[in-house]
Design a protein around this ligand. Sequence first.
Ligand SMILES: [Zn+2]
Length: 102
Amino acid sequence: MANGMDDRRKSLEEEYFHRKNQEAIEKLRAKMKVSEEAKAAGISSMKCPRCDGSLNESRFEDVTIDICDNCGGVWLDSGELEQLTQKEETGGWFGRLWRSEG
Ligand SMILES: [Zn+2]
């Protein structure tokens, strides 16, 4: 009986996570669709992951960064962080940023 309960609970959990995954996939699909539509319309499609504000592309020391116009968050694409941290070795702003934090 106890095992039966565990199995039942387990299947409920699996169903829950399965549904959550489905929701996440649907959201992702919707977002990708919006992104494609926005791209087709020639406008920026980037949304802030934190607050859904619009991200404005900006260049900082040869690296393209995205700055949220709502919360001011700065977002980096894959590889951009590496570019910035590599600059640290040559005394870039990122290195100064870390040093000023400490
Ligand atoms: Zn934001």
